[in-house]
Unconditional design. Structure first.
Length: 117
């Protein structure tokens, strides 16, 4: 079973950048699809980006395309989310999870991202 821990959140001004990290424990991490999600206050959790294990194919939500980049370093069991040109609508708690069948598993505690205008 894989377990994930997010880090790298913080307070940043609009237009700024942050890089989030998702560190995994467990075996066969390199084979998992890993996704980033976020939850803004009062809203449901939403998909942000995902990266495949094999071939590292990436998919993004329309709201972050061209601004966010997901990548992985399987030697370090870590997935990153580089976030550029942040705006206040990007504020929320960011989570990562691994895909297992039809489920997302190994949710971490999340990391807070706050973008001030």
């Amino acid at each position: 079973q894989v377990q994930l821990v997010e880090s790298g959140g913080g307070l940043v001004q609009a237009g700024g950048s942050l890089r989030l990290s998702c560190a995994a424990s467990g075996r066969f991490f390199s084979t998992y699809v890993v996704g980033w999600f976020r939850q803004a206050p009062g809203k449901d959790r939403e998909f942000v980006a995902r990266i495949a294990g094999v071939g590292s194919v990436t998919t993004y939500a329309d709201s972050v395309k061209g601004r966010f980049t997901i990548s992985r370093d399987n030697a370090k069991n870590t997935v990153y989310l580089q976030m550029n040109n942040l705006n206040p609508e990007d504020t929320g708690v960011y989570y990562c999870a691994a895909r297992s069948g039809v489920e997302w598993i190994g949710w971490g505690q999340g990391t807070q991202v706050t973008v001030s205008s």
